[in-house]
Design a protein around this ligand. Structure first.
Ligand code: ZN
Length: 655
């Protein structure tokens, strides 16, 4: 483990431009550096690096973050690995924290389990290549399936003869602990027999290429014997975080920016041998979140090959909503009836196969929509359910632009109004966010640990409130402006006052903290408030390094927008400010005061509306006492609101 202080040292030493220049050619434009984005194909550069803020942002594909984020995205590093890489680049020594005895014991156990698995692999391979039975039963089987010896060795294929305890005996003779063999699932539960017998063997590697588990396919024609059996879950084998073939495919997936998913072990091996190397299998059941994250670390593009019947495909599609939440682009390829990837690639050859899956790939959501439209023809009730189902999927997509595109396409397929679909989808998103916020509110302190799978809220496209804008938008607009000021200028001193912008804003809206309309903004405001109360500062770094992805992304967006709107407009080159409008960098003091006023007026207006509602009910019920009370409150709120508005030259909406 890297001590927190070293983490800070590393992050403080990092110059983002120096890190990115290792991968992308950058040139100067204004205060920023620009280059061709390494995450999407482009001919004109939209990839911005901002050395002042130490962040990058691509205005083409939307990727953005700090140097650590860049390395995780580009190199597929884990967070600690990215830090280690940076430490090396900047010559910072990492004295890893001593592990606790429990952690040490855990690591030792894992190490010994890998050693036992490695012994078993060698045993299975020796049985395959060096024994008569192995050659005649298993090796001939693999060769018959078209595998070359090089492939067989590369994937760790082997053979377990049909003997009671051959592996156990050999392991014992070589000094291995039978207890460990049992722990790693190589012997039966009572430890008396080999677990895999009479089977061809497939090694299942972890991401660093160590053997984590095995699968065995029976060589018997007996229908009562399961065709495939797998090692049980162990300390080193967590099924829902493992993808078969991922270790071998990792590099190709990154290079081709696409992951192909198939069903079986032989499909993976066969395609790999044919030169289609970016291929993995989920080993049976539907994709889990852990497996999707594994893919997402290497690419955003997932192509799934199906060889099943329509019913099976429909069931499989249901599991794919998880992939949308991970912001993966999912495409579906249906193979011709009776073919699986293995048989199909052998029959067609790799080139034609590659062409086929490129040509036949269908977007998942549109595929699903077409499939269901076909099915619900002439049944309006079913049709309504179908629309709900599709919108449920679309609502999970975090990227608003992508969502918009899907809604347009689906509106056409469904012969429905795009506007209605939009409204319905937004309802689903809002209610999902509310649910998430409620859940977090019910578990205090757990907010930052919560998974970040829920969709990101829509953010208004333009960050700056034009000064004469009337007060018509929803509250979210003002809320975002408050957050923008906190992120951009939170730690600056408010001109003319002896306090920071963050202190100024948060002290004044303390009582509104729980009434934010947008849950994410509300959560950020509350966390900032807690930090200030705890005596901690609030610089842009706090947000960019925030442990919650939604917060990091929002901060990067805000910071990247801020330099873009000011400088790309040519403000700097022309040497004069935009009309009468000072850039946010100069004007943040006045901006803060104004944003705060607008925010408060919004909240007061809402309060006023609520109160009027109560007034109406009271007067309907001829409850004179309350009628008078609410009248008085009305006047009071209006007075305060109008005062703030007048002081700030803001137009209050008509009653
Ligand atoms: Zn990009």
């Amino acid at each position: 483990m890297i001590p927190p202080k070293t983490v800070r040292d590393i992050l403080d030493a990092v110059r983002i431009e120096e890190v990115i220049e290792d991968y992308v050619a950058l040139r100067k434009r204004g205060v920023n550096l620009i280059g061709l984005c390494p995450f999407h194909h482009e001919k004109t550069p939209s990839f911005n690096v901002n050395p002042t803020r130490n962040i990058f942002k691509c205005f083409g594909c939307g990727k953005g973050g700090d140097a650590v984020g860049f390395l995780m995205e580009h190199e597929g590093f884990t967070y600690p690995d990215a830090l280690r890489w940076l430490a090396k680049k900047y010559n910072i020594e990492i004295q890893e924290i001593e592990r606790t005895p429990e952690q040490l014991a855990e690591q030792q156990l894992a190490d010994s389990l890998y050693i036992v698995n490695d012994f078993a692999l060698q045993h299975f391979q020796a049985q395959l290549f060096d024994t008569d039975e192995g050659k005649s039963v298993a090796l001939s089987y693999f060769k018959q399936r078209g595998l070359r010896e090089e492939t067989i060795r590369n994937f760790g294929l082997g053979y377990a003869p049909d003997q009671r305890d051959l592996l156990l005996q050999r392991a014992k003779a070589s000094g291995h602990s039978l207890d460990l063999l049992q722990k790693v699932g190589l012997s039966s539960q009572d430890g008396s027999r080999d677990f895999f017998r009479g089977r061809v063997m497939f090694a299942i590697h972890n991401m660093s290429g160590k053997v984590a588990a095995f699968a065995g396919r029976t060589m018997s024609a007996d229908k009562h014997i399961p065709k495939y059996i797998n090692s049980p879950e162990t300390e080193i084998y967590i099924k829902n975080k493992t993808l078969y073939g991922a270790f071998q495919a990792k590099k190709a997936i990154r290079q081709q920016d696409e992951c192909i998913l198939v069903e079986g072990y032989m499909d993976v091996i066969s395609l790999y041998q044919a030169g289609i190397e970016n291929v993995v299998a989920s080993s049976g059941t539907s994709l889990t979140e852990g497996q999707l994250q594994l893919i997402k670390r290497n690419t955003s593009n997932l192509k799934i090959l199906y060889d099943g019947d329509p019913a099976g495909i429909k069931a499989a599609l249901r599991g794919l909503d998880l992939a949308l939440e991970q912001d993966l682009n999912v495409k579906i390829v249906l193979l011709p009836p009776g073919e699986d990837p293995d048989s199909f690639v052998q029959q067609m050859g790799s080139e034609a196969f590659g062409e086929f899956i490129t040509k036949e790939a269908k977007d998942f959501i549109l595929f699903k929509t077409r499939l269901l439209v076909e099915e619900t023809k002439g049944d309006p009730v079913k049709r309504a359910g179908l629309i709900k189902d599709i919108l449920g999927s679309i609502a999970l997509i975090p990227d608003p632009i992508k969502r918009g595109t899907y809604l347009r396409e689906c509106a056409m397929l469904l012969e429905a109004s795009e506007q209605v679909l939009h409204t319905e989808t937004n309802k689903l998103i809002t209610s999902a966010l509310r649910k998430k916020a409620d859940k977090e509110a019910r578990q205090p302190g757990a907010a930052s640990d919560a998974p970040t799978a829920a969709p990101r809220p829509d953010v208004p496209a333009k960050p700056d409130v034009p000064r004469e804008r009337p007060l018509q938008q929803g509250d979210e607009f003002q809320e975002r402006d408050i957050i923008r000021l906190l992120v951009q200028f939170g730690d600056r001193e408010l001109p003319g006052e002896n306090i920071s912008v963050a202190e100024f804003i948060l002290a004044d809206i303390e009582e509104s903290l729980s009434s934010f309309e947008n849950p994410l903004y509300g959560q950020i405001a509350q966390q900032c408030h807690a930090r200030l109360t705890g005596g901690e500062g609030l610089g842009p770094d706090y947000f960019v390094r925030h442990e919650q992805k939604e917060v990091r992304d929002l901060a990067v967006d805000i910071l990247a927008e801020s330099t873009r709107t000011v400088y790309s407009a040519g403000w700097e080159e022309k040497g004069f400010p935009l009309q009468n409008q000072l850039p946010p960098e100069v004007n943040f003091g006045a901006d803060s005061r104004k944003a705060l006023s607008i925010f408060k007026i919004k909240k007061l207006t809402k309060l006023l509306q609520q109160n009027k509602q109560r007034l109406k009910i009271a007067s309907e019920q001829q409850d004179v006492e309350n009628e008078i009370r609410f009248q008085k409150i009305n006047i009071q709120i209006e007075k305060v609101r109008n005062k703030i508005a007048k002081e700030n030259g803001i137009v209050v909406p008509p009653k």
